[in-house]
Design a protein around this ligand. Structure first.
Ligand code: TPP
Ligand code: MG
Length: 382
């Protein structure tokens, strides 16, 4: 496994703002620093993501939810970058950026409802967990088919360009997804048409069991941008401020009509690919140890303390408060029913056709839910 280390993939400097140990700046402070309030919001979002991972993975192990794709280790990349967009911008996520919707205003209980697929799930239980959608947060659901979100995002960016309303589109993908057709089509089209979009590759070192060093012949993901005629940059993805500053520059560029950019955020997936994966089968424990020494939460916390944005013990108090919020959202979600069975055939046709209605009624009869079957027959007479 020594062939792995994304650092080997890239022989240039990563963009950094914070010192690796969080004590001060790496070099000169950038001119476009986020406000203290925004820094605090980013940190809180990072802590919430960690708290949700912790709780949701336990729920999955207890058989109370079906699937979890965690974000542990990637919190700076997710929330530092998401903070650079306006809420009116459109955000297309991949598997691990769902909690950015909460950062953008979606209610926590809706996110948790989605993880359970209950009647309060905005996707009505029709999606896998971790495929969150929120109209309120301008956050479309994504498809598990890797890369399909990227051409959709470019289409949305072109629509914004035609409307001329200044909306910028954010398009997240993983390192593995850079090998998809969708990535190429989207990057090419956006480059040619100068679409107002920011592509963010969250390079977490792995695509299930495939290391990112085996994903491309390029010397870095950021450098792929050159071939598509847009700027590209490789950033330390465990540095929340570097993520914010680099993405903000690209967002401003897109809003000013200067077209797309590609930002690659170098980070690490600390846990398995999903709750169905055992990463010890393919990863060297030394590598995991190396990255555990570089926890993005610790690094940002040290800097926030040194700038007096938080005080000693502040992180612990926030963690406590967020864990309680997650616990109460879980308690609420478990008391909510599943979506009604007949919702399976709704929302495609204006009136669900006869054969689908019949299937719902038959299913309800099999489930011995006579009352419900009669109610459906009353609603949609056969
Ligand atoms: C088109 C397609 N090919 C293969 C898969 C199977 N698959 C699911 S996730 C995954 C790895 C994704 O890696 P990456 O893009 O780096 O995202 P990460 O999971 O690391 O966040 C693969 C190969 C898929 N879902 N879609
Ligand atoms: Mg990956």
């Amino acid at each position: 496994m020594t062939e792995y280390r994304t650092a080997e993939l890239f022989d240039g400097e990563l963009v950094r703002v914070l010192a690796e140990d969080g004590h001060g700046f790496f070099g000169k402070p950038p001119t476009q620093m986020p406000s203290q309030a925004l820094c605090l919001d980013i940190f809180r979002s990072m802590l919430l993501t960690r708290a949700m991972d912790d709780r949701l993975l336990k729920l999955q192990r207890q058989g109370r939810i079906g699937f979890v794709g965690t974000s542990t280790g990637q919190e700076a990349a997710i929330h530092g970058s998401a903070a650079a967009f306006e809420r009116s911008d459109l955000m297309f996520s991949a598997l691990r950026e769902g909690s950015a919707a909460i950062q953008r205003g979606a209610p926590l209980h809706e996110y948790i409802a989605h993880m359970f697929g209950n009647a309060e799930d905005t996707a009505k239980g029709r999606q896998m967990p971790n495929h969150f959608q929120s109209k309120e947060a301008n956050f479309p659901s994504w498809s598990s088919v890797l890369g399909t979100q990227l051409p959709h995002a470019v289409g949305a960016a072109m629509a914004s360009k035609m409307r001329g309303d200044g909306q910028v589109v954010c398009a997240y993908s993983g390192d593995g997804t850079t090998s998809s057709n969708g990535f190429h089509s989207a990057m090419n089209f956006a480059g040619v048409m100068k679409a107002p979009i920011v592509f963010i590759v969250v390079d977490n070192g792995w695509a299930i069991s495939m290391p990112s060093s085996r994903q491309t012949g390029s010397s870095s993901f950021g450098r792929k941008a050159e071939a598509y005629g847009m700027p590209g940059v490789d950033v330390d993805g465990n540095d929340a401020l570097a993520c914010y500053v680099s993405v903000k520059r690209a967002v401003d560029r897109a809003r000013n009509g200067e077209g797309p950019s590609l930002i690659s955020l170098r980070t690490y997936r600390m846990l398995g690919h999903s709750s169905s994966d055992d990463p010890t089968r393919y990863r060297n424990p030394d590598e995991v140890e190396y990255w555990s020494q570089r926890d993005p939460l610790d690094r940002f916390e040290k800097w926030l303390l040194s700038e007096s944005v938080i005080e000693e013990g502040g992180r612990g108090r926030m963690q406590h408060e967020l864990a309680a919020l997650v616990a109460s959202a879980v308690e609420h979600a478990e008391a909510v029913d599943s979506p009604p069975l007949e919702s399976l055939v709704e929302d495609v046709y204006a009136e669900p056709p006869r054969h689908l209605r019949r299937q719902v009624v038959e299913a309800l009869r099999v489930l011995d839910e006579k009352g419900a079957a009669e109610a459906v027959m009353g609603k949609f007479p056969l």
